[in-house]
Ligand binder design. Structure first.
Ligand code: FAD
Length: 418
């Protein structure tokens, strides 16, 4: 079967990989000059099934109001960019802030993310693929006893889902992240997820794209997708800046831009761009740098070790599709890396970046079939799209191929919104 994959971020490329392995003739289209140049470029570098959780949770609306008034807040709203789509998405997100919804959504995300992490393990066995990868777990650090207490809720879900974890005191955190000894008075404890992994998503996507090319996948870059054309319940072609392209099946992996593209053909998907920021610093002193990912619960910022760089990323901004680099938001990520790992990296040489997380209000991506017989979705991966990318790609390739999927499809498709 000929399959057109729309979008060459990490989600499009992982899908192309599994589709090619299933024997399909695959073409990937993207507007950028190369793969992973939008949201998949500068993320925080975690493959973190253990940390998979929706942002919509009990108490979040109140916390969000407090954050709006806080310095170095993890969350902000850019009032100028709030439009009806923003309000509708926020309303849906708030309706997911109940204990019951949080529990259900977290379990769905973790099921997919755990499956995806296993796909990463299998992929490394199959391919000699490198992306500054490390398998040293991740550590969430708490600055207050209240945060330690609040983490008990997450621990009960980890237990239910059978995810390994370690509750650590201050000394325990330092054993895993020795550089924290320099700032030990700032932390009271932590939660470690030993099964989590780290690496550079941009390098990963590029390396996998090279493997895809070896398998015969065609990449059509510098090509704008203008519209998806339909007749009855079938997609007939895709109009692009290079003319019309046709295939037997079409897979949408356009990240945050999936929403406007789908609405043109009458598919309402609640995927909204939640802006985040990162800095990437060259390491100047290994002893003062992290060894894996350290997540600062207070500022919701993750600091990740690459081979010779530190990536620090996080914060959430509601600003629709605006991609301006807001210097005020830089202060947040810059503060955390300097506060937890002073002297580890060269802030003067840091690369500042912003990206739009394609977020659903319930945190789970939208995968698989649509009302069009030959149109499929792989979008809405939000905060942990790299984590879920291989699992989602494999799942969607199985659906397109008419194969039995390896994981329970409950709650993963568009059907959950009907
Ligand atoms: C600050 C930050 C930190 C993050 N940290 C992590 C983390 O630690 N771990 C993790 O797992 N995830 C993380 N994420 C989330 C993760 O990066 C995303 O979920 C993931 O990159 C989404 O991949 P994607 O392929 O769906 O989207 P994208 O990478 O955005 O790919 C979509 C592609 O579609 C193309 N496209 C869009 N519209 C068109 C069009 N009209 N024509 C042609 N091409 C088009 C774009 O060029 C782009 O290449 C983070 C995100 C941010 C912003």
């Amino acid at each position: 079967m000929q399959v057109l994959v729309l979008g060459a971020g990490v989600v499009g490329v992982t899908s192309a990989w599994y589709l090619a392995k299933a024997g399909h003739e695959v073409t990937v289209i993207d507007r950028q000059v190369d793969v992973a140049l939008e949201t998949s470029y500068g993320n925080a570098g975690q493959i973190s099934p253990g940390y998979s959780a929706p942002w919509a949770g009990p108490g979040i609306p109140l916390k969000a109001i407090k954050w709006l008034m806080q310095d170095l807040a993890p969350f902000m709203i850019n009032g100028k960019e709030v439009d009806p789509q923003t309000l509708s998405w926020m309303t849906k997100m708030v309706s997911n802030c109940t204990q019951g919804a949080y529990h259900k959504n977290k379990a769905r995300m973790m099921r997919l993310a755990e499956y995806s992490r296993d796909c990463f393990i299998d992929l490394r066995k199959e391919l000699d693929i490198h992306y500054d990868e490390r398998q040293k777990g991740t550590l969430q650090v708490f600055r207050t006893d209240k945060q330690v207490e609040a983490s008990k809720k997450d621990i009960s879900v980890l237990e239910e889902c059978g995810v390994n974890f370690q509750e650590l005191d201050q000394q325990g955190c330092i054993e895993y992240e020795p550089a924290l000894a320099n700032v030990k008075d700032k932390i009271v404890g932590g939660l470690r997820l030993p099964g989590d992994e780290t690496g550079d998503c941009f390098k990963f996507t590029n390396a996998l794209a090279d493997e895809c090319k070896e398998m015969g996948v065609q990449f059509v870059m510098k090509t704008d997708i203008l519209s998806i054309n339909k007749e009855g319940d079938e997609i007939t072609s895709v109009s692009t800046s290079r003319g019309k392209l046709t295939a037997d099946a079409y897979l949408v992996a356009l990240g945050s831009y999936s929403t406007p593209m789908m609405s043109e053909i009458g598919l309402k998907i609640p995927v909204y761009p939640i802006k985040g920021y990162s800095l990437t610093l060259p390491i100047i002193d290994e002893n003062k740098a992290p060894t894996s990912t350290v997540m600062d619960e207070t500022y919701k910022v993750a600091v990740t070790r690459f081979d010779d760089r530190i990536r620090v990323g996080g914060t959430a901004e509601i600003a629709s599709y605006n991609k301006d680099l807001n210097e005020k938001r830089r202060a947040n990520v810059e503060f955390v890396v300097g506060d937890l790992f002073p002297g580890g990296g060269d802030i003067e040489k840091a690369e500042f970046w912003t990206g739009l997380r394609p977020m659903t209000p319930d945190g789970t991506p939208i995968l698989g079939e649509t009302k069009y017989s030959n149109l499929f979705l792989n979008t809405g991966h939000g905060t942990l799209g790299w984590t879920m990318s291989l699992g989602s790609g494999k799942y969607v390739a199985d659906v397109i191929s008419g194969q039995k999927t390896d994981i329970d499809p409950e709650g993963l498709s568009m059907a959950r919104y009907h």
